[in-house]
Design a protein around this ligand. Structure first.
Ligand SMILES: Cc1cc2nc3c(=O)[nH]c(=O)nc-3n(C[C@H](O)[C@H](O)[C@H](O)COP(=O)(O)OP(=O)(O)OC[C@H]3O[C@@H](n4cnc5c(N)ncnc54)[C@H](O)[C@@H]3O)c2cc1C
Length: 397
């Protein structure tokens, strides 16, 4: 009979070394370097299925410079704009306090790996696929394609593409990082939502990051209830690049994705484990941004681990902001045209700092109130009432 022996024992296993798994290890390392002293540091291992990391995405986020990731970012801008050619409107936000940062995926992965390399208590194994987890009396037993691991605590940061989703709102995007001759295009601001328009099912916009004098990231984004593959937006992305640059541009890489912004699907949390990442609420329902929320989650999780070695179940709850996001999505489903108006109103009347805090998951109550004022009242009030009633009915059941 074949026996599988336990290869190694750990205090904590982090399953999945993507954005949330690596942000958590970065926070642990930064906190320890920053002077958090413990008698025995917990022995931590990250298990990641990928064999190598590639430049598979760009993380953009708003910040006032206080995040450790601002230093890692390849670009940052103080200006971002909104426009609609249908309504002939164009608004630019300029902030002196917040910037829009752009962090290349590969820089994030490589810098995180180099922090882990210098850390005595945290390690990572690449190319290890977690297959099964059993909970025993003293902790967890994790079966992988390359052996068994045991640990007292598990933090599950694996991302699994949601299946059998009901009532979904999707964000679907397709874009290129392109290079061109430097005199063809220059912009001091990020075109955050350019040419916002709508159809019956949702909204579309262009997203344009001017990376250097001769390169940019250009994406076409859809947010709505229709599901299709990102490749359906490819032709539009090409057409737009041609419109801006003629035919004088070269593709360096393609960036595309499908994000589930809202919807219900069967999930199986591991009893007794901590959950992190986009399967467990990291994606902002209204925007699909997750980087900043994962940063807040990882800071808090790291603090708890260092305080008491192992932690009990907890998750980030941003009740008011999540409620507003749900209202926003309900209006989007009923009336995409109202959402185009709301976004343009945000561009027109919201202070850039309020907008940056709202998007960066750091909005205070006054900020949230100001955001509400930019929305079409009737639709928002009706959607808010519907959500409140639905929540009450759910609770009663
Ligand atoms: C192309 C793209 C661009 C994005 N841009 C932004 C942006 O600009 N700003 C923003 O805020 N958000 C952005 N997002 C959304 C979000 O920030 C990312 O999706 C982010 O990577 C989510 O982090 P995560 O940890 O949940 O998942 P991931 O980063 O995908 O990490 C999950 C990890 O788990 C591993 N894994 C899965 N199954 C197993 C297994 N069985 N065993 C071991 N490992 C496993 C995977 O290999 C992966 O590394 C973007 C998303 C995409 C797809």
């Amino acid at each position: 009979m074949q026996t599988t022996k336990i290869t190694e024992k750990y205090d904590i296993l982090i399953l999945g070394g993507g954005c949330s798994g690596l942000q958590l290890s970065n926070q642990l390392i930064w906190k320890i370097k920053g002077g958090v002293v413990l008698k025995n540091y917990p022995k931590i291992l990250i298990l990641e299925a990928r064999k190598t990391y590639t430049n598979d995405r760009t993380w953009s986020f708003w910040n006032d410079g206080s995040s450790g990731y601002c230093e890692w970012a390849a670009n940052h801008w103080r200006q971002w704009s909104f426009s609609s050619s249908t309504d002939s409107m164009h608004f630019t936000h300029k902030s002196h306090q917040y910037e829009y940062f752009c962090l290349r995926g590969i820089d994030f992965y490589e810098r995180s790996l180099s922090l882990i390399k210098d850390s005595p208590n945290i390690s990572i194994k690449l190319g290890v696929e977690v297959n099964k987890i059993n909970k025993g009396q003293d902790g967890f037993l994790v079966k992988t394609d390359s052996g068994l691991y045991s640990s007292k605590q598990i933090i599950d940061c694996r991302y699994k593409k949601p299946d059998k989703v009901k009532n979904a709102t999707w964000q679907i995007f397709y874009g290129y990082e392109i290079t061109f001759k430097s005199n063809l295009f220059q912009s001091a601001s990020v075109k955050l939502m350019d040419d916002i328009r709508h159809d019956k099912s949702g909204i579309y916009f262009k997203y344009l990051l001017p990376l250097t004098d001769n390169s940019m990231l250009l994406q076409i984004t859809y947010i709505g209830t229709k599901y299709f593959t990102p490749d359906h937006l490819k032709e539009e992305a090409t057409l737009n690049a041609n419109q801006i640059l003629g035919r004088n541009w070269q593709i360096q890489r393609t960036e595309k994705g499908v994000l589930l912004q809202s919807g219900t699907y069967p999930r199986e949390p591991i009893p007794g484990a901590i959950q992190g990442g986009s399967n467990w609420g990291a994606l902002r329902p209204a925007s699909g941004y997750a980087f900043s929320r994962i940063e807040i989650w990882s800071q808090e999780t790291a603090s708890r681990i260092l305080k008491c070695h192992t932690i009990t179940k907890w998750k980030i709850i941003q009740t008011t902001q999540d409620f507003m996001d749900r209202v926003f999505l309900m209006v989007l489903k009923k009336s995409p045209a109202s959402i185009v108006q709301t976004l343009l109103n945000m561009g027109k009347s919201l202070h850039p700092n309020v907008f940056a805090r709202f998007m960066g998951d750091k909005a205070n109550l006054t900020d949230l109130f100001k955001v509400i004022l930019t929305s079409p009242k009737k639709e928002m009030v009706l959607a808010a009432l519907r959500i409140a009633i639905l929540s009450c009915t759910k609770e009663k059941k």
